[in-house]
Design a binder for this molecule. Structure first.
Ligand SMILES: Cc1cc2nc3c(=O)[nH]c(=O)nc-3n(C[C@H](O)[C@H](O)[C@H](O)COP(=O)(O)OP(=O)(O)OC[C@H]3O[C@@H](n4cnc5c(N)ncnc54)[C@H](O)[C@@H]3O)c2cc1C
Length: 485
């Protein structure tokens, strides 16, 4: 029995018993230490809060269902008692999407981790939403296949989390974001109904329902199964890197590669600060200035031709060829930045504020964000830097970051600074043709900007939410949706 029961003890015992009837007693977690484990993701605020010995908002209960029917039954119980439900995958999200800010039941779906079918004829995999990303990739690799979705968090994140947050991997320029890979979903709605969307999203039968749930961050239902398209493992993968005289020439080269419809698996262009901070310090390349790495994969002959054409484009914009070794070194160390000793850590204050826009806006967007951070927070000696990755035929994403080495000690002052920096950064994005976010989601952190981004269309999103989740119990407070009704 817990000492801090959220509602009267008779009801609490009823809820626990009912949940245990559904999932089994061992899969209903009530201890404080278990609940604390579900009170944080990698958003800076709860991490800082816990680091200072303060207590974050805890879920009242955590359940780990093992089947889709159990997920549905748990949600029906939550409806009966009007308890908030927070879907949870690998908790690697950076936007506070799994924070139980209104308490309630956190549903961890990692026990739904089965591969239902790998079809070598259709080039598809159907798997449950809680499967770990790396496990899924290994299973596909054993059959000569790949999902080719390689976020830096794939060892932790889940398939459902990839889709719920509209994630993007390092090879997205060729293989697309998670939203481009998904064909069909099974979803448990906030009322406990289980639905399946059409077998593929390429239909002309009305609005596309798979897309409605992709990026919904657990606010419209729980993704319990997804059918994804897969690719054969490439015959070869090669990288080449260059130094450009300035950012403009690097951006022009990348744009031309995309407009010529070459299919690079990766293009990553670093601004000078990032070249120094990441490419030189972490990757270990002795370079300065604007560094770009370009990678191609697939059949040998095609890769050789695409690499040659990209090489010519880079040279024509003043690129200095660093050869393939420097590119390969980048590939082998591409995730080191996210792990000790290189990962940014408390007490530093930092945020990744990535956005995207069309090519005509991109330099202006970058400059406006740099100015908003470095001039707006000069007193804090704030740094802004970034790289350009996830390239499209129409534009490109900026993966940009801000950092303050010595934020205030007082947690409330630190949070105030954090929120002001986020506000300055995302407002600079919105004012310059960008969006709140490109692939990390909105979560709790950026929810309050959703009306600003959507304008008149925000009301429509609210109505969709209200009709699918009439009690407002599904991940309340996220994506800008309010508390439970
Ligand atoms: C070191 C590091 C590197 C990262 N690099 C990348 C990167 O390269 N690319 C990238 O895209 N992201 C990256 N991320 C962010 C994060 O890993 C992604 O957002 C990932 O997709 C989240 O998956 P998850 O399973 O951990 O989801 P969680 O953090 O558990 O949840 C994220 C959101 O999705 C909801 N959700 C989770 N599962 C479901 C489900 N089955 N149904 C409905 N809603 C659900 C949650 O309620 C929450 O709102 C990184 C994170 C870390 C820690």
């Amino acid at each position: 029995m817990r000492e801090d029961q959220p509602f009267n003890s008779y009801l609490w015992d009823m809820v626990c018993s009912e949940l245990a009837e559904v999932v089994g007693y061992e899969y209903v977690l009530t201890s404080e230490v278990d609940r604390l484990a579900y009170a944080v993701d990698i958003m800076w605020i709860p991490q800082m809060w816990v680091d200072q010995g303060l207590k974050p908002a805890l879920p009242d209960l955590v359940v780990l269902p093992g089947t889709v029917n159990e997920v549905a039954a748990v949600i029906k119980i939550a409806n009966r008692y009007r308890l908030p439900v927070v879907p949870c995958g690998g908790q690697s999200g950076s936007q506070g999407g799994t924070l139980p800010v209104y308490g309630g039941i956190t549903i961890d779906i990692k026990r739904l981790s089965q591969i239902v079918e790998i079809s070598e004829q259709a080039y598809t995999v159907t798997a449950q939403g809680g499967i770990n990303g790396q496990h899924l990739e290994w299973a596909l690799n054993r059959q000569g296949l790949t999902l080719a979705h390689y976020p830096a968090s794939m060892h932790t994140a889940t398939l459902g989390g990839y889709l719920a947050a509209r994630g993007s991997g390092v090879l997205s320029t060729k293989y697309g974001k998670a939203e481009d890979m998904v064909l069909s979903l099974q979803v448990v709605l906030p009322t406990g109904e289980i639905i399946r969307t059409l077998p593929t999203p390429k239909h002309a039968s009305g609005p596309e329902l798979t897309g409605l749930f992709v990026g919904s961050e657990g606010t419209l239902g729980i993704i319990t199964e997804a059918k994804m398209r897969v690719d054969p493992l490439p015959q070869t993968r090669r990288f080449r890197s260059f130094l450009f005289p300035n950012l403009s020439s690097g951006l022009e080269a990348g744009k031309k590669i995309m407009l010529q419809r070459l299919h690079p698996a990766v293009i990553r262009l670093y601004d000078p600060y990032s070249t120094a901070k990441v490419v030189k310090r972490v990757i270990g390349l002795d370079v300065e200035g604007v560094y770009i790495v370009i990678g191609f994969d697939g059949p040998e002959e095609l890769v050789a031709l695409e690499e040659k054409l990209a090489w010519e484009i880079c040279l024509s914009f003043g690129g200095q060829d660093l050869g393939s070794e420097a590119g390969l070194q980048w590939w082998e160390h591409r995730y080191d930045f996210y792990y000790p000793p290189f990962v940014k850590a408390l007490p530093k204050l930092f945020g990744t504020t990535e956005t995207q826009t069309t090519y005509d806006n991109i330099e202006q967007l970058y400059s406006a964000k740099k100015q908003a951070i470095e001039e707006g927070f000069r007193d804090w000696n704030a740094h802004y830097y970034g790289h350009f990755s996830h390239w499209y035929p129409w534009g490109v994403m900026i993966y940009d970051q801000f950092m303050v080495e010595n934020p205030p000690d007082d947690p409330h002052e630190a949070i105030s600074l954090h929120n002001r920096m986020w506000a300055a950064s995302v407002r600079a994005s919105l004012a310059n043709g960008g969006v709140l976010n490109e692939h990390h989601g909105i979560g709790l952190k950026l929810g309050w900007f959703m009306p600003e981004q959507y304008g008149d269309a925000w009301n429509l999103l609210l109505k969709i939410k209200q009709s699918i989740d009439p009690l407002g119990i599904m991940n309340p407070g996220k994506l800008g949706f309010g508390p439970p009704l």
